[in-house]
Design a protein around this ligand. Structure first.
Ligand code: AKG
Ligand code: FE2
Length: 274
């Protein structure tokens, strides 16, 4: 299993009266450099078999609850599959990932110690071929021309796969280094092969960290598609707006955590830390 490799100490605001924050980083300094420079870092073993089972059950439960007869999740050409949002609010099993050291420590190493997170999922289904997403990146906020004091929206997604990522279920593709600078805009309905693209096939429980501006796409499932459940765990500095598609549920489960959680929990939920 993954383990901490080194400790990074952060003194905030140069104020020695505030205790430094120590982060036990679950990656080597070389891996951190690769994530920052190339825009991605692969992990084959985020989760144990027990954790995979538990998270699959939670995804299935929420997916069944949200599926309706008029669900249009198979109809989108650009992003097919069923998308689930605000998952910390929808099932307690996901709380396992709220303070998950193998991911949050890496997020803190590259973004700073005060990060917030959110959790989404994408599910594609057995026996439905050609489920895929177009090329895209997540923080589509960079103006052209670039204003001189523009703050780059650095954030990090951890794509965690609860099923094997194969040619049948649909690998994930990414283009290293496309997260740097303003990049060139991608067009809608772009499924083309990109120069330098990397195609990842991974065992269940593995995944990949990506910078949120990295070009990536979920590739098409094959003619005998198998179940494919992906979790997207997103981290950003806690002072950046924590935007999630879709409305949060009324009386979501995190209401309880907001009442009882410690300061780290509140920070991870986007309350405090700034
Ligand atoms: O399913 C995948 O592998 C990637 C999906 C994706 O990029 C997304 O949902 O934003
Ligand atoms: Fe994506």
């Amino acid at each position: 299993m993954l383990a901490p490799v080194y400790t990074q100490s952060f003194q905030i605001g140069g104020d020695a009266r505030t205790p430094a924050r120590e982060v036990e980083v679950y990656a080597t300094p070389q891996e951190i450099d690769q994530l920052v420079g190339e825009g991605y870092l692969v992990r084959e073993n985020f989760l144990s078999p027990e954790q995979i089972e538990c998270l699959r059950g939670a995804v299935d439960e929420v997916a069944a609850r949200e599926r309706t007869d008029d669900s249009d999740f198979m109809k989108s050409q650009r992003f097919s599959g069923q998308f689930l949002r605000h998952l910390f609010d929808k099932h307690r099993a996901f709380w396992e990932l709220l303070k998950f050291p193998p991911t949050v420590s890496v997020a803190r190493a590259v973004l700073g110690p005060a990060v917030q997170s959110r959790l989404s999922a994408r599910i594609t289904f057995p026996d439905v071929p050609n489920q895929q997403t177009q090329w895209h990146y997540h923080e589509r906020t960079i103006p052209n021309p670039l204003p001189p004091l523009f703050v780059f929206p650095h954030s990090l997604d951890v794509l965690i796969y609860l099923d094997d990522l194969t040619d049948e279920s649909g690998p994930v593709a990414l283009v290293p280094r496309t997260h740097i600078g303003a990049g060139s805009p991608l067009k809608e309905y772009d499924f083309s092969e990109k120069e330098g693209q990397i195609v990842l096939r991974l065992p269940a429980g593995g995944g990949v960290f990506i910078h949120n501006n990295l070009w990536h796409r979920g590739m098409a499932s094959g003619s005998k598609a198998t179940m494919r459940r992906m979790l997207a765990l997103t981290y950003s500095s806690c002072w950046l707006k924590n935007v999630n598609d879709g409305k949060p549920p009324e009386n979501g489960l995190t209401q309880e955590l907001l009442q009882t959680g410690d300061s780290e929990t509140l920070e991870l939920l986007g309350v405090g830390g700034y």
